[in-house]
Design a protein. Structure first.
Length: 259
């Protein structure tokens, strides 16, 4: 990412937190960034009691039909049928009926490293399953933080204007608003300041079947999303990052390079 320190060419455009892995999350005006990532992000998951895996929308796309939020300080889940529930046995029962398997909501802080599954072929949900293990303490797939820029989305929309290039497909924590022609690529090892917070870029974010899944509010299933990203951008959109200096980040905070 190339920015001139002191310029106002880049700002935090939106902030996102996903309290339950693979459920839709919440857009927030302010979030706390800690060493492990965004406070409350992917703090909970849905455990499949038969397989012992934590359910991901990579395999079970229906999870994107539910919404999780922590705006009240306590986890609240809204199911597709409109029920709004807090943690507890009744939520587990409702999740199990909905997903047609015995499941329970679990807390990442007390679980250890989770195992996830996804189809080997993203175009065929019935293809052989691939398993991987995530980090301890959070139900993120790999890194604690995901950044996306408006440049990323605008470029994709120019290339394939027939597709729905919503940020919601990519599930970022931060969308950075960037002025035209003011931004180059974000490189591994580069550090950025987001208001009071400093983050370090780890690597490009490789994309998966999640980007193709349908979501409520008019996002269709579009396999060409991933086909295009794979062919035109080596399957990378956005970057993975870690928090170097903790603190609050607010929508509108200036984003600058720090090295």
């Amino acid at each position: 990412m190339s920015m001139n320190d002191g310029s106002r060419s880049a700002q935090v455009g939106s902030l996102w937190r996903y309290p339950v892995k693979s459920m839709r999350g919440e857009s927030c005006s302010e979030l706390r960034f800690e060493s492990g990532g965004v406070s409350g992000d992917r703090s909970f998951g849905v455990l499949d009691l038969r397989s012992g895996t934590v359910v991901s929308a990579k395999r079970e796309g229906r999870l994107l039909g539910a919404v999780a939020n922590l705006s009240s300080g306590e986890l609240v889940v809204e199911l597709p049928d409109g029920q709004i529930l807090g943690r507890g046995e009744f939520l587990d029962e409702c999740l199990s009926r909905w997903l047609e398997r015995p499941v329970k909501l679990i807390d990442a802080a007390n679980f250890g490293a989770a195992t996830y599954e996804c189809p080997e072929d993203y175009e065929r949900d019935d293809s052989a399953l691939v398993q991987w293990e995530g980090p301890i303490g959070s139900f993120v797939d790999e890194s604690p933080l995901h950044l996306l820029t408006t440049v990323d989305l605008e470029r994709l929309a120019r290339e394939r204007p027939d597709l729905q290039w919503s940020a919601r497909r990519f599930r970022p924590n931060v969308v950075i608003n960037v002025a035209p022609n003011s931004l180059g690529s974000m490189e591994p090892g580069q550090r950025l300041r987001l208001g009071e917070v400093e983050v370090e870029i780890l690597k490009g974010c490789t994309r998966c079947v999640m980007t193709t899944r349908p979501q409520p509010d008019s996002l269709d299933r579009q396999l060409d999303i991933l086909r295009h990203v794979s062919k035109a951008h080596n399957n990378v959109v956005g970057v993975r990052a870690k928090v170097v200096r903790a603190g609050p980040v607010r929508v509108g905070d200036q984003v600058t390079t720090s090295n």
